[in-house]
Design a protein around this ligand. Sequence first.
Ligand SMILES: [Zn+2]
Length: 291
Amino acid sequence: MVVLGTFLRGAPNPVLPFLPTLDLSDAGTPSMSVPDEGVELTYLANSGFLIRSADGGVLIDGMLARPYSSYSAVPAEVRQQMLSGESPFDDVRLALVSHAHGDHFQAPWASEYLAAREDLVLGASPRVLGTLANIEGSAESLEDRLTEFDVEVGETETFEAVDGIPVKAFRLRHSGRPGHDLENLGQVVELGGIRVLHVGDAEGSAGNYQPYDLANGKIDVALVPYWYFLNPGQADFLAEHVNAGVYVAIHVPPKELTSVKALLEKTHPGVVVFEECLESRTVTSSSSADG
Ligand SMILES: [Zn+2]
């Protein structure tokens, strides 16, 4: 059992002095049933995860059928489980997407998956939803299951695309070329009493995050691109502007996995890196756990 509660957290927060520490235990493969407490975080591919709790499952950036550039996709046998709604995909109620790049969202497969799972709702930016419109028959048949997350730069909006699962969404500039505006969303999902932040391909800088005051939003787990941790000092802004209990490095190209893990073990030993599709960990507030 690994407790990863203190890494990169800033000095005790004067506003919220009782931020929970987390017990991010190794669960190996997903369990057949959802945890009674907290959430189960299951890695799918690249930046794609499934988050499950008793309230249902939420997929983020997980609808990937084909490897894109050097980034991984969800293997065929796991996609089959998704289509048939087999555990751990039996109660997925909401699919979220950070932005419309092919290593985060693939419209043909998303359309197929949504068609197969009639209760599933998709929440995404107008740009992402627009790509579905190009797929024949897709937009009309899905119409009442698409929720537009239309957010202005600098604003935070809360969407409850499915009952009981609020998602806070806000715009974070994409890494790379300035002016490269893709409606990249940061999203905070609250599930099973745990708040999970996913930032897509957000640029890793204080200026990008500062407007959203995440540090006072009690983020339990932050899923952030692995490149934040490659340059000495770059990730320092996380303590002040995100202040999560645990960080997970995402978007690691499979070919770099070994070297990235080795580097992070030295420079950021508390940061979690998932390695294999369906690798899963349970996240609970450790206030009631001894870990
Ligand atoms: Zn991108």
